[in-house]
Design a protein around this ligand. Sequence first.
Ligand SMILES: C[S@@+](CC[C@H](N)C(=O)[O-])C[C@H]1O[C@@H](n2cnc3c(N)ncnc32)[C@H](O)[C@@H]1O
Length: 277
Amino acid sequence: MTDSDVRSLYLNQIRRDLTRYGMDQLVPVGWPLGMRASVGWLVWLPFLKKRNLMLVRKRPFDQHARDFGMDWPVDAETMIGMQRLVSLQNCVETVLADDIPGDLVECGVWRGGASILMRAVLAAYEDETRCVWLADSFEGVPRPDAANYKADKLPWYAMGLHRAAPVLAVSEAEVRANFERYGLLDDQVRFLPGWFKDTLPNAPIDRISVLRLDGDLYESTIQALDALYPRLSPGGFCIIDDYNLQGCRQAVADYRAKHEISAEISKIDQCGVLWRK
Ligand SMILES: C[S@@+](CC[C@H](N)C(=O)[O-])C[C@H]1O[C@@H](n2cnc3c(N)ncnc32)[C@H](O)[C@@H]1O
């Protein structure tokens, strides 16, 4: 078996573990399936979480859903599914092979799974020069700031992602513990806790080779692009996870128009896209 075979086996196993591939889905009661706001966000999840309880419904493994990040397995470290993980691995491997300078950054990490994969790729290729940066409030998505970001204005009947804190707020300690479980928590993993508007403009990151944006809102996407895209090296990848969401797509369109970015946008799956600078 060659080194390349061993690397590929390791990274394949990491992706399967991060997505709980092949395992039945346990759907917590009150889980916002299909992003539908539910009274469960407000009542059931906080009530059960406080008592350290989880009420789940069991569903058989659905390969299509797990491939495309459509089922958010209750205990998996990522919600983005196998296709977007494969693509992310490919981006990191490409910047290593092409010697594109810069660190790897994820804005919006949730339980940390996508960032864990990026760290695993560095480990597999014995790269000790680059860091993986994790930017997150660790408190969930901010309340929409419709005065400054019209695209995030909610219709009267919508509850908004900020109310999904029982699902989306994962503490920094939990994310660190997830890295630890994979044996990947070390000095090459760096945390930027806080709201993007406060942490990203002065983040101590010099150059970036992979920039992964997964903050759902217009506000979160535009703030990350404004602060970090200028630091993305030529040949680096800009990955947008939430291109299926109207606000995020609008932020990408506005930023690209303002900066006359014409690099072709490639589709990863039904949600994610990327382009190369
Ligand atoms: C959809 S989840 C990220 C999923 C994750 N990348 C994965 O692999 O499963 C969105 C994350 O973005 C964070 N977030 C969204 N907007 C933010 C902002 N403006 N500042 C800080 N964190 C933000 C939330 O706390 C949440 O953890």
